[in-house]
Design a protein around this ligand. Structure first.
Ligand code: S3P
Length: 432
């Protein structure tokens, strides 16, 4: 457990950063590359604890991969050639690895046990176990939490399933299982969530069709190995976008950031708060689009964020709460109950930790009321806690930049789940 003294009341954040590769896309590239018919090159893959959980699980089933600097080559093998793991697959802190692999491996003829850290072992799995059960895969899991064991499966059936919650993890698990099922699988999303799985399957030669809110999966397990270019993670860039907006005298450019429409809710919401974020060097020629984003210090105004806004900004809500503490007027966030079941209960952790720095945030069952125009300051040295949640830790480090007084972050090591070089990048952009 590492305590880290945070930089406070800085004079500005300035410069250019290339944030690490997108976590969601990196997981999917490893999984699809693992079952493709040859070598898949994953360029700019995120090297973090979560992605290593996915790589480790595939290695446990006989898939070999090699690192070359920032790239990974995965030597694919057919789904039918995966080996029975000799021990539980260790998912660490990674919900995406767990839920997507539960779908990808749903049809394996051998038992597979999944385990995870204390946080992951509290997160709900019924949302994948139930529909996969309807398809013919049976998981044994007390309270539908990890550890979970899949009993050997004898064939999957396509289903028509309406997702009770808007979740890209669940949608992706069902797409991956649907590829191996008999008959068509149709998944209906209540609201559009990130579509990286659908897009990437196209790159591997498999077409998934979309008809309104329906995603239609026809069975095929023939994936053609390819090269995947992973863009920068908008969820990591978001820390710097907020820093650039709320720290005085700032200007930051984030290069080659993924701008997939199903991920950039944060940009749309910041624009509604009055922010101007410029986009340059847009590349949108297949795969995932990316661009350079530039932001300068700006005044913001409070807004109402509702459930329709949440899926495309779900990981960035903690940062929007921080931005809202500095906005003119109140910001009301509703329909964000999914935050209760992230790496921590983020409605609780955001409220408790930011209020320690002088914010005035009320937690609500499905969101927050954030009172704006609140200077952050601590009268005496204060410890804020990531609570083991990478995004909470990084959000607090950004909050500290505008806090007067002495602030220490407990469990700072949590950032390595998605952004191991976060503190090095922070030191680079803080003006002398
Ligand atoms: C993810 C989907 C989201 C997101 C998570 C990554 C993905 O989770 O919060 O960080 O890669 O599919 P949900 O599907 O639970 O909303």
């Amino acid at each position: 457990m590492t305590d880290r003294k945070l930089q406070t009341a800085v004079q500005g954040v300035r410069g250019r950063l290339e944030v690490p590769g997108d976590k969601s896309i990196s997981h999917r590239a490893v999984m699809l590359g693992s079952i493709a018919d040859g070598d898949t090159y994953i360029k700019g893959i995120l090297d973090s604890d979560d992605v290593r959980s996915t790589l480790g699980a595939m290695a446990d089933m006989g898939v070999e991969s090699e690192w070359y600097d920032q790239d990974v080559i995965v030597h694919g093998r057919p789904l039918t050639a995966l080996q029975e793991p000799s021990h539980p697959l260790n998912m660490g802190n990674s919900g995406t690895s767990t839920r997507l692999l539960m779908g990808l491996l749903a049809n394996q003829p051998f038992p597979i046990t999944y385990s995870g850290d204390a946080s992951l072992s509290t997160r709900p799995l019924g949302r994948v176990i139930d529909p996969l059960g309807k398809m013919g895969a049976r998981y044994v899991a007390t309270n539908q939490r990890l550890p979970a064991t899949k009993v050997p499966t004898q064939g999957l059936q396509g289903i028509h399933y309406r997702l009770p919650v808007a979740s890209a993890q669940v949608k992706s698990a069902l797409i991956l299982a649907g590829l191996q099922a008999e008959g068509q699988t149709v998944i209906t999303e209540p609201l559009a969530t990130r579509d990286h799985t659908e897009r990437m399957l196209q790159q591997f030669g498999v077409t998934i069709t979309r008809d309104g809110q329906d995603i239609i999966v026809n069975p095929t397990t023939k994936l053609h190995a390819t090269t995947i270019q992973v863009p920068g993670d908008i969820s990591s860039a978001a820390f710097w976008l907020i820093a650039g907006l709320i720290v005085p005298n700032s200007q930051l450019t984030l290069t080659k950031v993924g701008i997939n429409d199903t991920r950039i809710g944060i940009l749309r919401l910041l624009q509604r708060m009055g922010a101007v974020i410029t986009m340059a060097n847009v590349v949108a020629d297949g795969g995932e689009p990316y661009a350079d984003l530039t932001v300068t210090t700006q005044g913001l105004q409070g807004i109402h964020i509702n459930g329709d806004d949440v899926p495309t900004a779900v990981d960035e809500i903690p940062l929007l709460v921080l931005a809202a503490t500095q906005a003119l007027g109140d910001t009301v966030i509703t329909g964000a109950q999914e935050l209760h079941v992230k790496e921590t209960d983020r409605i609780a952790t955001v409220t408790t930790q930011l209020n320690k720095l002088g914010a005035n945030i009320e937690a609500r069952e499905d969101g927050f009321v954030v009172h704006g125009g609140t200077p952050l300051r601590v009268a005496e040295p204060t410890v804020v806690d990531s609570c083991g949640d990478h995004r909470i830790g990084m959000m607090l480090a950004i909050a500290a930049l505008i806090t007067d007084g002495e602030v220490t972050l407990a469990k700072a090591e949590a950032v390595s789940v998605s952004y191991p070089s976060f503190f090095a990048d922070l030191e680079r952009v803080v003006a002398e």
